[in-house]
Design a protein around this ligand. Sequence first.
Ligand SMILES: [Ca+2]
Ligand SMILES: [Ca+2]
Ligand SMILES: [Ca+2]
Ligand SMILES: [Ca+2]
Length: 616
Amino acid sequence: MMKRIGYLLAIGLACVHLLAPLPVGATSAVGSPATPAATLVAESKDFATQVLRDPWDMNSFSDISLYLNRSGQAYDTQNIDVSNGVFSAQSTNTADTNFSVLFPGYEDTIKTGKQGALFPIDAATYRCLYVAMQVEGSGSQAQAIWYEDDRLNNATFGASQGQFTADSRWIVYYWDLTQAPLYGTSWASRPAWQGLRIDPSNQANRHYAVDWVRLTNCAAVNHTVTWSPNAGVNAIWVRPSGTTRDILAKVGVSGSAGSTQFDVQGLQPGTYTVRLGTTTSCCSLNASNGDLIINQAPTVEFITPSFISGADYATQSGNRWDFADAADMATGINFSGGIGGGLLDTVTQPGPLPAGYDAQVWLNSPTDISGSQYRYLVFRMYAEWPYPWSNVTDGMVARWIWSVPGVSGQPTHRCYLVSHDIPFDIGWQTYVVDLHDAFNSRPEDSSVIDCPGQLPTWANSGPIKDLRFDLNENVTGITDPITDGGPFHQQLDWFRLTAPDRVQRGAPYQVQIELNRPSGDVSSISYYYTTNRSNPTQSAAQRWTPPAAPGNRRIFVPLLANGVGAFGGTDTLPQSDLTFWWNTGGVSPNTYYICAVVSISPNTVTYCSAAPIVVY
Ligand SMILES: [Ca+2]
Ligand SMILES: [Ca+2]
Ligand SMILES: [Ca+2]
Ligand SMILES: [Ca+2]
């Protein structure tokens, strides 16, 4: 069972006006018959894009899902929806609605996914926060809160000044996070923060909607906007293409000047119509220099090397855990459902204290396993229950259980070792557990009999005999403080248990990457290898070219990647958009990360693989 996690928060009371009231200007007729060409400008450097590789664009529920309603422990937020690139919700009578764009993770649990413990914010680099948002009603304030780590309010944290929101107008709200906080510790006082939470309103029962959140490096991205001089306008509004949403993006504009520098670092990528109006109403004039396109910077996910590209135990032992055949699960108990359509489909009812019905999936493990060899546990899982938020405290935790021969020496006796909690979120997610991490490797518990006094870690366990995955500890029907609880529906697409990827020096290695944009948009890309991801361009990776074959023959090079990328079967896996054959001939044996410097003009961004590759 999870510990309950306390979390207090009262929103600030200081009054910071974003917008001084200004007289409403006279309007004039919109329109110039000729349509000028759109202007393309670079996307600003944004934490979520460049570090998480998943912008807070509200295109998926996972942009805001972690710790919603304090993971089911406090009913602060209702009518939750993410659709058409917008997150919308409503505060409840607690008047403390909030969402986390970066959540550190849960105390005393395994950290996975896009949790802030694995992706802390570099506070010196990222410090300008932009939230494109509308909040219902007047007299309501918004605020940002940052956390040192998974202890949340029990460790160092800080809260920005409150900012009055403007009666259902869409506005790009801005916080300079280096400004003095309303309370707590200043942003600049620590090198890194693992949590960032937004409180859209400190009032009860207010609707709000969020188009995006950006956390930038504060470097201006200037775009000159021109218009027919008009003393009646004083603000720039932008309308995202395909919407009817006009968003106030710059105030204090001199309408009679007819032109201004517009810093667009707070806008998410996309095409915008730029218009002029007042702070309270859009719009009487079109910009005369046309639409604005914020270029979408490239993001790169490495498929090879990755945590699933190394040798996979189940594949090596003859039958991949893809749930394409019933043999992948040796036994399954305490849940309903089964294997079909390439998935293991399960429903677990809420059960008795302390840990529910103890739903267990025993994976097929025909041969002994070496914990020192197999390091990464990776699985793709869907989860849902009757509510849109997760509830980790009341049982949305899985566990990994392994057995070793019992100390009694009887051939069938086993010592069972139980991992720490693996919290899970709702929706489809891919979870990576580094079983050689000191915390993740250490069992939290074991069977009562047949275990040694000093429990082995995963990394020094062997031979491992059995593998069991406990789906959840659903006790929501008994202990959920804000709902009546309900069954957990979970689907498993695949498991991998892999060794770090390896290549013999001199053999070509195929680097595969997945991009957020069509590969044809890439204007240049170069590859590197490094022992230190802080120094991504440490060594240029040489391209491998096949030796010239005699006559007209060509050498066929087999795919070295182990079951990753485009291949048949019933698993959903990332698909390769670009490949690079790396010539490892001149590379000293060591453990490296592969990095890529990718340009989609006018943006150039550098990414490194999350997983290493061993050259031996
Ligand atoms: Ca996103
Ligand atoms: Ca959006
Ligand atoms: Ca299989
Ligand atoms: Ca599958």
